[in-house]
Design a protein around this ligand. Sequence first.
Ligand code: CP
Length: 313
Amino acid sequence: MKKYTHINDIDDIHSWIEEAKELKKNPLKDLQLGKNKILGLFFFNSSLRTRLSTQKAAFNLGMNPIVMNVSGDAWGIEFGDGTIMNGTTAEHIKEAAAVVSQYCDIIAVRAFPTLTDKEKDESEQVLESFVKFASVPIISMESATSHPLQGFTDALTISEFSTKKKPKVVLSWAPHIKALPHAVGNSFVEAMQKMEVEFVIANPEGYDLNPEITKDTRIFHNQEEAFKDADFVYAKNWSSYEDYGKVLKTHSDWMITKNKIGTAKFMHCLPVRRNVVVEDAVLDSDSSIAIAQANNRTFAAQLVLKKILKQWV
Ligand code: CP
């Protein structure tokens, strides 16, 4: 595998899930595979899980990770073509990516959207510039429009916790105080479309995700109706796609409660704001599998790294 920047880079999600489960049984089995290989992790935005689980995955494969907070610690990077660089940016991505490619065997990048410029965000300027100007494989650790490591993690977690051949999975919008990206929601939709699940989305009117991604997935604007007979409820906030990046209305009545989810398992990518997105009674109960879900971030990243490393065997 040459890159992992989108859920569509997964050729067969069922075999990937089986491989991840095997890898999880013996995580140090491939300790020699990444020997003397450097993984560079470049963060334009904050992270807890991605930052630590991707490093742990690298250590499990014998790799050496290097981490950089680009926004705080590096020279300001210019992405525009032909820009007269007399402003705040000191280095062009053409040089930065070429130089970093000499230090790292694999580059992983996190770069969130502006949420003000839909066209720019959908062009994935930062991630695609790394793909274009680096000479080594690129992994997305969440880009403007997708979070493929999270999406695969979520598919793996549902497979592990499902007691049915075809469980019902609901992706539910939930309230938040800030305008958030669509990336997690998008990748979860794309992952579920590859799985043998009954999958529906619940969100208030005005919050439909990109129709090119949701395609013919059923969208409910009534949460109670969507939650009927659910086996998994995955909560996530996102800002409006149609009125791009805006918080239209708080909709606090969309908070996930124990009463609403019944016997369904609760999932969230984390971090989560308690008693805004979901009430304590859910997170503190056996219904929540969010911690096990976060643990799977390591094995999702490890499988991706393993598949990329195999090209050098
Ligand atoms: N779920 C997730 O990507 O978490 P972090 O933002 O903490 O990395």
